[in-house]
Design a protein around this ligand. Structure first.
Ligand code: ATP
Ligand code: MG
Length: 228
């Protein structure tokens, strides 16, 4: 429950300091692996809130990514029932590429008295901390590495960052957005891998190669640039 203090976490901040988790990702689409990870980290580290930050449309496309608006709305649908979860448009509305360090700088400036925790899975931690402005990122937030099936956290050892990253063990869910997209395209089941409203949204809007069932009126009313 929001505001309730669990017993497991070692809190280094004085009481009363809000603790905010930040869950970044492409979320194309959001799945139960993301939600279980966020909830487990929230409970283990005694966080007050988790804000999901869907990435904007990538500038260098390695594949066709679903429009930011669709990905954002699916994250809203998936997180709505959890009172401790919220969704930020900050990366979606940004012009130009956004990097983790930009997001953390903005959050730090807007929330100077909040303790920030940046949550990543075992695969993403390495790419973030071995890329851009790692030192500044680590100074702006506590980095949390969640276990993820198929990705070995011991690789962090060789980077010298292992002591500076908080590990959280998450129930192993071998779910990825890549696999979910492939399942949709092949007509294979996705039920119990993604929240039901997200499954319905995908079907309604014909994402991931599913046949569209909506009339397309809303996108025409919005000038057609709501969705790619
Ligand atoms: P894709 O296959 O398109 O890369 P993905 O499933 O990896 O999708 P992302 O949006 O890339 O999802 O991931 C967002 C964050 O969630 C990353 O930090 C990633 O490591 C983490 N994550 C994703 N799935 C899991 C999972 N099953 N368990 C733990 N962490 C996960
Ligand atoms: Mg990924």
């Amino acid at each position: 429950m929001s505001g309730a203090r669990g017993s497991g976490a070692d809190r280094s901040e004085p009481d009363g300091v809000r603790r905010l988790g930040i869950m970044g990702g492409t979320f194309d689409p959001i799945h139960l692996g993301h939600l279980v990870t966020a909830e487990q980290v929230r409970a283990d580290l005694d966080l007050d809130e988790i804000v999901f930050v869907p990435a904007g449309n990538p500038w260098q496309k390695t594949r066709e990514v679903t429009s930011a608006e669709d990905r954002y709305l699916m994250v809203v649908l998936a997180t709505a029932p959890n009172r401790c979860f919220s969704v930020s448009r900050m990366e979606i509305d940004a012009t130009g590429p956004t990097y983790t360090v930009d997001t953390l700088r903005q959050l730090r400036a807007a929330l100077p008295d909040v303790a920030l925790f940046f949550i990543t899975g075992a695969d993403a931690i390495l790419s973030i901390l071995t890329w851009r402005d790692a030192e500044e990122c680590l100074a702006l937030a506590t980095f949390v590495a969640a276990t993820r099936p198929g990705h070995d956290l011991s690789a962090l050892q060789s980077t010298g960052l292992v002591e500076r990253v908080q590990r959280v063990d998450v129930p192993a869910l071998a779910i990825s957005s890549t696999d979910v997209r492939q399942r949709f395209a092949a007509g294979r089941p996705v039920t119990y891998l993604i929240p039901q409203p997200v499954e319905e949204y995908v079907g309604k809007h014909g994402l991931y190669g599913t046949p569209a069932s909506d009339l397309g009126v809303d996108s025409r009313l919005h000038g057609g640039h709501e969705r790619a």
